[in-house]
Design a protein around this ligand. Structure first.
Ligand code: F0G
Length: 458
């Protein structure tokens, strides 16, 4: 008999979670103004709001944490982190920051100015925010296949080279500070970019004299997909693949809360000394001295180990196969999800799931609320609430896809939890015809409304 798959770890510490009743959840939702961000974590049984900073650290990481050096300058933990980053990425300069968006803030303060354009593959919200805040524009050059949830393209995060070249041809070199490759591409469903595509983007960008940077929050998951899906890569180690990935870039920003396997932190890594020097000044103003940049020494020590663990195949296999396990269960139940299943999350297509709820009544939000009511599972809306209003007309912007994201924290839940989640969603799916009414907004802020918006039943 073939032995079944089993996780390459055992559990040393557990945290109790409370399983509430439906009546309690109905009441809490009302008190939360039907916004899942307003729930207390104690009101949530399984929390799939995000995979960011919500994972479990290993015994090696907790051990490293106790050895943290809290010196203001030149701490030993910084050295450990620098060695780890250089070993994995090949970049020699490192600036720690308190999280990913802080790395964006520091780097873009050096490189992005008013009127610039930054091409890339569906920039993440905070990245786009930091570009637009500087009165520059993010241009999405993702391949068209990414927007068809049933297209099985293995690398739906790829950049379309013609779209990219069109940007390079239609703007002066001085107004294109860099091309940004997000690995994996969160906004298109945790979808990877192939090595071949990165290499081609780098070659094209070199031709036009444009640097290439990576938004690397989930780079190790991207490397796993390269090993599994790209021809000729199957016998290479994840660390070898990572080295090649970063050889196609001039630098990176990182949210360590994902593939750093820690609860807080970020960094910039690069090879260009001049950019490093300029970015060092912004790090000091915004984050802290350049050898801690907003992180405690102990957190840098844990991150140095986390980066090493996240780039091991056995870990990645357990992580990504769990996400796939949930995705496949949902597919088996006939639930419309983004395919292939991404690295960190499963995305449900709510327009197909709830065809009776009009777009004006926020179908993805409605579905997220139904899933919470059903079983205490918290998800996040990636739809019209997130897309916000057009700044000029103040009309709702309706995105192509109206999604509910089930983001799976790393090393946190078991496959029994996945079965529970899938069953809960199946139950909602079976009564989908009865769900005809969505929600309406009673209050919203000027920008980034999804975090604080208040709703009532329509
Ligand atoms: N880049 C990507 C691709 C991200 O997914 C995130 C965060 C960031 C940058 C910003 O990093 O949170 O450390 O400041 N994504 C989280 C999510 C919030 O839920 O997808 P941060």
């Amino acid at each position: 008999m073939n032995l079944p798959y089993a996780e390459p770890f055992r559990i040393k510490m557990v945290e109790e979670i409370y399983q509430s009743t439906r009546a309690e959840r109905e009441q809490w939702l009302k008190e939360a103004n039907y916004n899942l961000f307003n729930l207390k974590s104690s009101q949530v049984f399984i929390d799939l709001l995000t995979d960011s900073g919500t994972g479990a650290m290993s015994d090696r990481q907790w051990g490293a944490l106790m050895t943290g050096d809290e010196s203001y300058a030149g701490s030993r933990s910084f050295e450990q982190l620098q060695n780890s980053v250089e070993k994995i990425t090949g970049f020699k300069y490192l600036l720690p920051t308190h999280q990913g968006r802080a790395a964006e803030n520091v780097l873009f303060s050096v490189l992005v100015k008013e009127g610039d354009v930054v091409p890339g593959n569906s920039h993440f919200d905070t990245t786009k925010g930091h570009i637009e805040f500087r009165k520059a524009h993010a241009i999405d050059c993702t391949i068209d296949e990414a927007f068809d949830i049933n297209n099985l393209h293995p690398f739906k995060g790829n950049i379309n080279l013609e779209k990219l070249e069109a940007v390079y041809k239609s703007h002066p070199k001085e107004s294109i500070p860099f091309c940004l490759i997000t690995i994996t591409c969160n906004s298109s469903g945790g979808q990877p970019v192939s090595l071949e595509n990165m290499k081609a983007v780098k070659a094209l960008s070199d031709q036009y004299g444009i640097p290439v940077f990576f938004d690397s929050a989930r780079f190790a998951e991207n490397a796993y997909f390269i090993k599994k899906r790209e021809q000729g890569q199957e016998n290479r180690s994840i660390k070898e693949i990572c080295k090649e990935i970063f050889s196609y870039g001039d630098g990176m920003t990182m949210s360590s809360k994902k593939d750093g396997l820690v609860n807080i932190g970020g960094f910039i890594a690069l090879n260009n000394e001049e950019i490093f020097r300029k970015a060092s000044n912004f790090t000091i103003i915004y984050e802290g001295f350049i050898t801690y940049g907003g992180m405690a020494g102990r957190d840098m020590a844990a991150l140095a180990v986390g980066l090493d663990e996240a780039t091991e195949f056995a870990y990645l296999e357990s992580r990504i196969s769990q996400v796939e396990y949930l995705g496949n269960k949902l597919i088996e139940y006939g639930i419309p999800v983004q395919k292939p299943i991404g690295g960190h999350a499963v995305f449900i297509d709510s327009l197909n799931f709830l065809p009776n709820v009009s777009r004006e009544e926020y179908p993805a939000q409605t579905l997220g609320l139904e899933i919470y009511k059903e079983a205490g599972i918290r998800t996040v809306e990636i739809g019209t609430l997130l897309a916000d209003r057009d700044p000029e007309t103040r009309q709702n912007r309706y995105p192509k896809l109206e999604l509910v994201r089930l983001a799976i924290p790393r090393r946190t839940y078991t496959n029994n939890h996945m079965d529970y989640i899938a069953a809960a969603i199946k139950n909602v799916y079976e009564r989908r015809e009865e769900i005809a009414k969505g929600y309406k907004i009673t209050w919203e802020p000027e920008i980034l409304r999804h975090f604080t918006v208040q709703l009532e039943k329509a």
